[in-house]
Design a protein around this ligand. Structure first.
Ligand code: ADP
Ligand code: MG
Length: 188
């Protein structure tokens, strides 16, 4: 698992009946063309709707196309950038990460960021803008990102750069994890 994927999940494993609206868009992305144009992918939706699964599957596609890929949670990325910043090597770290054709940032929104962390994350997004792809997943719509980053202006500037060249998919419905378990819904 050199790329850091939490589990091996592929497009072939995905049950499209659970997310019929996403099928065509994902099929388009599966050609890998988005990586050549430094396009981003944003997967939004409630827990268990397949965001991490699809982000991983697209990461595997990217690796198959010969791109270098790194997967980590938003919290892990912030830890990594904070360490680099403390050691005075943030520019070098951002330059190194730009050599990865795809960086996946999973779970934006589960944990809020400190102001410093939000600024570091903004720098990651800026450094990749029109240069290399990002895939982000979040349980929150963009309107909720200001609360995560603790600053509406930073969140707005970041979303602007992410979405300028991006496919945004909103997954819907009940958690796939709860299927057949007699649980109707999660708190929302
Ligand atoms: P999320 O990241 O949106 O919370 P995950 O992608 O982790 O959800 O999905 C939760 C679990 O359900 C994983 O084991 C995933 O492989 C599986 N899963 C979710 N949606 C589907 C689907 N449409 N087809 C097959 N497996 C799915
Ligand atoms: Mg997930």
């Amino acid at each position: 698992k050199a790329a850091g994927f939490p589990a091996r999940k592929t497009l072939e494993d995905f049950d499209w009946d659970a997310q019929p609206a996403a099928r065509q868009q994902i099929a388009g992305l599966a050609s890998g063309g988005f990586l050549l144009e430094a396009q981003n992918v944003v997967l939004l939706g409630p827990p268990g709707t397949g965001k991490t699964h699809l982000a991983t599957a697209l990461g595997i596609v990217a690796a198959r196309h010969g791109h270098r890929v790194l997967f980590a949670t938003a919290t892990d990325w912030v830890t990594r950038l904070t360490d680099a910043h403390r050691q005075g090597r943030l520019p070098q770290e951002l330059a190194r990460l730009r050599r990865y054709g795809l960086i996946i940032v999973d779970e934006v929104g589960y944990l809020p960021f400190e102001q410093d962390a939000a600024n570091l994350f903004f720098q990651l997004v800026s450094s990749r803008y029109e240069h290399a792809s990002l895939i982000l997943t979040s349980n929150l719509p963009f309107s909720g990102w200001g609360g995560v980053f603790g600053d509406q202006a930073v969140a707005a500037a970041m979303i602007d750069r992410i979405v300028h060249h991006a496919d945004v998919l909103t997954l819907k419905g009940a958690s796939y994890r709860l299927r057949g378990r007699g649980i109707d819904s999660l708190p929302s």
